[in-house]
Each structure stands twice: as structure tokens, then as C-alpha cells.
Design a protein around this ligand. Structure first.
Ligand code: FE
Length: 204
């Protein structure tokens, strides 16, 4: 069973003008697809051919296969990213709102922290909201690094690679972050992730 490219959970135009249809089509249909295709090319005919994406990521990391790790982790991170956004921003449910207040004092302060860390990250990477033992934290990962198999549970992520925003916002990553955070964070997805047993898994 090869890894699949899951369809976007919304129309190409759903996130405009924050993220244009052109960006979504390229980012999903070219970048994400290439990561999936390269993961499949590298695992075909090996003992990882039938493995889940999470198992492939773990195996690549364990054997120090940087190429396979990058492509498999990027496949996972992008699917998680698409689900972290929605056309109309949702509100945190009571459980996650309580966790936000406990860790950051207010949703505004958490969102400011996401924006600040996302803007400060040098070069390519990801800014995450994670939960460890029920406590929320904003974390950054560099390049393809992922929380897929972490004991910190990922709740939301925003892509910081230039391909995520350059066509729409040029070099202004803070503008992209502000718009995504203000208009498109999917708090229903975050709440589902907080409530679930274990970490979100890539669709088979
Ligand atoms: Fe990306």
C-alpha cells in the first residue's frame, strides 16, 4: 500500500485572499505530491512498502536516512497543515479554551506567540501548537522535522516555508501568519487532536 495524497479538505479558493488558489494548487498538487511520490519511490519493494507513513518516518529517522525522512515527514506535515486551516475560523471548545488559558492566559496571547515564533524562525520550518501531558506549548521545527511520532501531541501547524506564502505575500511572512491565525485556524481540528488517544495519523 503506497502512501496516498489526501485531497484538500476544502476548495482551492476557500482560503483566499490569505492563500490564493494558485498557491494551494501548487503547494498541494506539486510540493506535497512530490513528497508523497518520493516517499513511495524510496519504499517500493522494501520492507517499508506496506508500512504506515508514521512507521516510515520512524524507520527513516532510526536508520539516519535523511532523504526518506525529509520526504515522509514533509508528506505528514503538509496533510496536518491542510487540516489545521478552514475557510471560516472556528472557536476553541471549552476543553481547549481552558488549556489555552492555563498556558497562555488568553487566546489572544497564544495567537501572538504563534505569530512571533513563526516570524522569528530562520528559513524553512513549521510552527506548531502541541500538548504535552495536557499542557499546551508553541514549538518550532526546522526543515522537515515533525511531531508525528512525538510524545508531544500536535494540535495545529503552520507551514513557514516560502512556498507557503511567497506568491501571495512575497517576503512578508508575518502578514501571512497574521491572516492565517486571524481568519483560518481550525480549532475544531485542534480540539479533536487534544481529545484523541495518541497523535493524529495520516489518512491511509
Ligand atoms: Fe509546504
Amino acid at each position: 500500500m503506497a502512501i496516498t495524497l489526501p485531497p484538500l479538505p476544502y476548495d482551492d479558493t476557500a482560503l483566499e485572499p490569505t492563500i490564493s488558489a494558485t498557491t494551494l494548487q501548487t503547494h498541494h498538487g506539486k510540493h506535497h505530491k512530490a513528497y508523497v511520490d518520493k516517499t513511495n519511490a524510496a519504499t517500493e519493494g522494501t520492507d517499508l512498502a506496506d508500512a504506515s507513513l508514521e512507521e516510515i518516518i520512524a524507520a527513516a529517522e532510526a536508520k539516519g536516512d535523511k532523504g526518506l525522512f525529509n520526504n515522509s515527514a514533509q508528506s505528514w506535515n503538509h496533510a496536518f497543515y491542510w487540516n489545521s486551516m478552514t475557510a471560516d475560523k472556528t472557536a476553541p471548545n471549552s476543553e481547549i479554551a481552558a488549556a489555552i488559558d492555563a498556558a497562555y492566559g488568553s487566546l489572544d496571547k497564544l495567537e501572538a506567540e504563534l505569530a512571533a515564533q513563526g516570524a522569528a524562525h530562520f528559513a524553512s520550518g513549521w510552527v506548531w501548537l502541541v500538548a504535552k501531558d495536557g499542557k499546551l506549548a508553541v514549538e518550532q521545527t526546522h526543515d522537515a522535522a515533525t511531531f508525528a511520532n512525538s510524545d508531544s501531541k500536535p494540535l495545529l501547524v503552520i507551514d513557514l516555508w516560502e512556498h507557503a506564502y511567497y506568491l501571495d505575500h512575497k517576503n512578508l511572512r508575518p502578514d501571512y501568519l497574521k491572516a492565517v491565525i486571524e481568519k483560518h485556524l481550525n480549532w475544531d481540528f485542534a480540539a479533536d487532536n487534544l481529545a484523541r488517544e495518541g497523535n493524529w495519523t495520516y489518512p491511509a
